[in-house]
Design a protein around this ligand. Structure first.
Ligand SMILES: CSC[C@@H](O)[C@@H](O)C(=O)COP(=O)(O)O
Length: 368
């Protein structure tokens, strides 16, 4: 997508052909800074410290992390070490393990002297596949937006989204934002309610930044506002991303998604989840019981960083010293609250049968 007229993806191979460039998302929206990753350890730290974040981008970064590792040590032990280092970088987004499994399956059978080149080729493939998948999601989600637009000619379609499932969270286009960008490009009048998404504020700092740079009308709202808007007919549909979808259609996404789904259900607002197929975990049969929920540092809750009027970045504490805090980073929305899953192969019912019918090759791989 474009930033100040220049085309950017969230991650790329640098001109030297081997090091990896990525946008440092911790600095947005205040500064646009590009980071260079030159080792497997750099990639692991970038994922762990959320320089990169968002399920598909975490997977893409891990894939390049494996490629960087193969330059250093392409032995079987080096391969295992790289896998083990990267797979624990963050616990909830299954795209991380998916990408690493893909890389390992490609690299294990080949001679170590060929592994570095093969690793870059496979990582490039994962990156390009993500962009293709998101184009598919864009087209399938567009039909939903068009159907709503057709029912209210001349009026604006209002979409609510949570967290950042935009191009910054993927390689390009985004998942939840892909249909929104396409609708905007096609001239459909669209407006996005952007949940701020405490505690890290990925909505306020990243989604708003993206939509603003792309010229998509949007309004940032405190996380507690969505229910009120839905009661007053101000939301036509919700589209969110996800970090892992269980085989039964349960959806794990940024903390607060579940509450939005409940409010949407109570107000008959369609609640869609946009996902690339690597986000489906066919090995997990009950999302609420079995998806591991990351717990992050309490500092994200107690402290807030922003730019002062005179341009300085300042961090302030907003919680009394000594008050305990809890910081669950994700929650699980039960499938019964999800209207549909927008995938690259169509909009699916959130259940085992529909997922299995659409992605039979993934079922076969999960079985063994
Ligand atoms: C297309 S990204 C989908 C999800 O990864 C996104 O909605 C989300 O919850 C991101 O969480 P984050 O903790 O910022 O990595």
């Amino acid at each position: 997508m474009k930033v100040d007229g220049k085309h950017f993806r969230s991650i790329w191979r640098e001109h030297d052909g081997w090091s990896i460039g990525a946008i440092d998302q911790r600095r947005l929206p205040h500064e646009f800074v590009v980071a260079k990753l030159t080792s497997c350890e750099d990639a692991a730290v970038a994922i762990r410290d959320m320089l990169v974040r968002g399920a598909p981008l975490i997977g893409a970064t891990a894939a390049y992390g494996m490629a960087l590792a193969m330059r250093e040590d392409a032995s079987d032990a080096g391969l295992k070490h790289a896998y083990d280092t990267l797979v624990v970088a963050r616990p909830t987004a299954i795209n991380l393990k998916w990408a690493l499994d893909e890389m390992r399956a490609t690299l294990t059978p080949i001679d170590p002297v060929e592994r570095a080149e093969a690793a870059y080729a496979r990582a490039d493939g994962i990156v390009e596949q993500d962009v293709e998948i998101n184009r598919g999601i864009a087209g399938n989600g567009l039909k939903l937006i068009e159907a709503i637009a057709a029912k209210k000619p001349g009026e604006t379609v209002n979409v609510l989204t949570h967290c950042n499932a935009g191009w910054l969270a993927t390689v390009d286009w985004g998942t939840a934002t892909a249909p929104i960008y396409l609708a905007h490009e096609r001239g459909i009048k669209i407006h996005v309610w952007v949940d701020e998404t405490r505690p890290r504020n990925q909505g306020a700092s990243l989604t708003a930044w993206e939509l603003g740079h792309h010229g998509v009308p949007h309004t940032v709202i405190p996380d507690n506002t969505g229910g009120h808007l839905m009661q007053h007919g101000m939301v036509d549909l919700a589209i969110v991303g996800t970090d892992r979808v269980a085989a039964n259609g349960d959806v794990c996404n940024k903390i607060g998604t579940y509450l939005k789904a409940l409010a949407a259900h109570d107000n008959n607002v369609p609640f869609y989840v946009a996902l690339p197929s690597p986000t489906i975990d066919f090995a997990v049969h009950d999302g609420i019981r079995d998806i591991p929920i990351e717990q992050r540092s309490g500092v994200e809750v107690t402290d807030m960083t922003g730019r002062t009027a005179d341009g300085r970045l300042e961090t302030v504490r907003i919680v009394p010293e000594g008050s305990p805090v809890a910081n669950y980073a994700f929650d699980v929305t039960p499938a019964r609250l999800v209207t549909g899953l927008i995938t690259e192969r169509g909009v699916l019912k959130p259940d085992r049968a529909a997922l299995a019918a659409a992605f039979p090759e993934r079922i076969a791989a999960a079985a063994g």
